[in-house]
Structures are given as C-alpha cells and as structure tokens.
Design a protein around this ligand. Sequence first.
Ligand SMILES: Cc1cc2nc3c(=O)[nH]c(=O)nc-3n(C[C@H](O)[C@H](O)[C@H](O)COP(=O)(O)O)c2cc1C
Length: 428
Amino acid sequence: MSRRSNSLSPSPRAPKRVKLDHLTSEHFKNGVFLAPMVRSGALPTRLFALKHGATLVWGPEIVDKAVLHSERCVDPVTGVVSYNGKSKAIFTTHPIEKPYYIFQMGSADPELAVQAARAVMQDVSGIDLNCGCPKPFSTHSGMGAALLTNPDLLCSILTALRAAMPPEITVSAKIRLLPSQEDTLKLVERIVNTGISALTVHCRTRTMRDRDPALVERLRDIVDFVAGMGKGIAVIENGDCTGAEDANRIRALTGAHSVMIARAAEANPSCFAPAPLADLEETLCPAYLRVARYLDNNWGLTKFCVSQFKAKHINVDKAAQKRYRQVLHGTKGFDGLEDITGSWTGAEDFREIVEAIEARPPRVHGPTEHPAESPRATPPLLVTPTDTSNPEPPGSGAPLMLALRCVDIPALSGCGPLTPTPGGGISV
Ligand SMILES: Cc1cc2nc3c(=O)[nH]c(=O)nc-3n(C[C@H](O)[C@H](O)[C@H](O)COP(=O)(O)O)c2cc1C
C-alpha cells in the first residue's frame, strides 16, 4: 500500500476553524457540481474542482460492502483520510473538502447501506445513492441502474438512509431517465417522498451511451413536477455540460436548480472556472501532479487521471510535448517528474487550494428541511473504539491544521510540535 503510515499524532493546540453550517436542499441549488466518477473523481481532482469553482463535489461510487471491509486511517502529515481495503485504499478524502463532499454509494441493501453510511459519515456531508450505473458489475448485483426497475428496493434504501443519518448528513439520489416520461415521473414522485434533499437526473436512459446526446429537453417536466410536490427538493441536471458558462445555458433550458459535470471535468477539472486553466503542459498537469504527490495519491490513479486531461498546448512546441509524454509514461512513480513539476513540492499548490476553499463566502443556513421526512436519528455512532489512540477526533479538522502548518500559513502558526505515537491507524 503506497499510503504513508501514521507515526505521528497531531498537536492538541490546533487553531480553531470556522464551522460551516451543514448542507440542506438549498445548498444543492444555484450550483455547478463535480459528478461522481470512478477513478477520475479522485481526491486531487475534487480539490482542483473546488479550487476552481465547483460548488459541491461527488466522490466516485463506492460499494457498501467495500466500505465495511475497510480500515480508516489518517495521514497525520497531510490530513488525508484513507479507507484502506486489503491491498489498496478504496477511497481517500481530506477534511478541507468535507463541507462540500458528497459520498456516492452503490448498494442494493438498506441495512448494508446504513452501516456503510455510518462508517463514513464523519468524513462527508452527504450520502448519494447511485441509481444510474448501467455497467454489469453494478447491475448484476441489483445496484446502480438495476434500482430504476426495482423502485421498492430503491426507495427502501433511501428511506433507511434518511432515517439513520443525523439531519446534518444529506441523502440524495442520482438516477437516469426511464424510457417513458410517465414512468420517470412516477419513479421521481416515489423517490422525492423518501425525504431526500436533492435528485440528480442523468438525462440519458439506461441503454444510451455517453456519445448519444443527453435528452435535456425531458428535464423541465421533471423539474416542474418536483416543484409541484412542494418539498423544496433540488433537481440537478446531468449530461453534456461543458463548463461554468454552459451550465447557465442548461439551467435556462431545463429549469434545473443546478448542473453536474462529469466528462468535461475529467478532461479539465478547472472547467468550473470562468477561465479554466488552458495549457496542459504548463499549468494543468504540473499543478495536478504536485498536489497528487503532496497528498501521496496513488501513482497509477494519478497517471490515469492526468492521461484523461485534454487542453491546449499554448506555449509548448511539438518536441516539448513529446518529451513531456515520455517523462510521464516512462516514470513508475512521482520521483523523476521534476522536469514536469518544477521546483514546487505541492505543499504550495495545496495551500492555494485551501486558501481558495476557505475564501468562499460562509454558508448560510437554508430553510429548515421537512422534519417529517427527516426524522432526527439516534446520536451519531462513534466509530472509533474508546481504547484506540485517535489522531483525529471524529468530525474535527485537526489533521488539516498539520497540513497547513507544513506549508506555513502565518495566520495558523502556533501549533505545538508533532509527537510520535505508536500505531495511530484508526479502525472503523
Ligand atoms: C470515468 C467515468 C466514471 C463514472 N463513474 C460514475 C460513478 O461512479 N457514479 C455515477 O453515478 N456515475 C458515474 N459516471 C457517470 C457520470 O457521473 C455522468 O452521469 C455521465 O458521464 C454524464 O455526464 P457528462 O455528460 O457530463 O459526462 C461516470 C462517468 C465517467 C466518464
């Protein structure tokens, strides 16, 4: 496993951070979001998206059972939280993204879904159920798009999640269109009645491929229908959006509250900005690789993400482009990338990300959710055993402080020294 082990505990004197209000349906409105993407929606991609203007970010789909077979570890230097499977991390996150991070789950079982949601809820702001993945690995076990034709199961998972999660954790769903609009509306009505905060509609049917144009013209009906139900639920359009400006066009066309972007963000995670990073070799890749290196992101995953980037080559001639590709594909890890990354270590890039995220306007509390549909659950499960040395109290941003300390932000100086502690991994 490439992730650093935890040999240090954080300072008990970490400075206070401003606590953001938790998400409500209102926070899923007027936004442009990063879509869930297996592999491509890795932690550095999500942080890049947030830095460049994504309002919220969905993580890649993680199957409930995978979470339940993982061990939660915190890197005390960078603050990265890893849920480690047998041979690799099944997903990683960082406290800086928590207020904006929606965890997407694959499930076909309400009980397992609740257990998995409880296991991750200290690190996320919302749980989203994947009801749209058409791939056999998902559908053969009743997950993803298979739920579209099993609305009883789909709704029982959402109902169970809503009942089990505390109010500060939102529950949402991402669906595809059904072939008939009438059936889609019937399904939407049942889903909305489970008490979710937001519904994403990928405007393609289960059998449509990504190259088929999204049927965005079918969405307005759905938006109006959900509005007519009077629950204030956000409807999010997904399909064929190319960036921040295009999101305005799609919202005007469909009436959707927000828009979610997948492939355009996979090609350039800064596409949320009015002026995205335009030069592949000079800006986008070096910064991404540095952040990935700083966060100790899996190298194979990092290389995959970078290989999906598509941008212009503005100041770089053909020979330099070839050299760049040779360096990237010839190396087996982050060592040897200096020709691409330059002298910055990645700590500087990470500090820029943190500053950009923390410069966002404070989140104001939206209207109260419908209490009847969002019953207050039993107190959140404390997942760390009491006799375990825990370098991060659940829900606190302690490791982030250490990360910031490493990059020397004056306003946050004053942390105490790091002190070694045996072990340090946290089990869930
Ligand atoms: C590489 C990749 C991985 C994806 N993984 C997921 C996933 O984990 N969960 C999900 O609901 N959709 C997943 N999708 C679908 C996207 O979230 C999105 O619905 C689809 O690509 C349409 O949006 P777009 O037209 O903006 O690409 C994935 C798409 C891509 C390209």
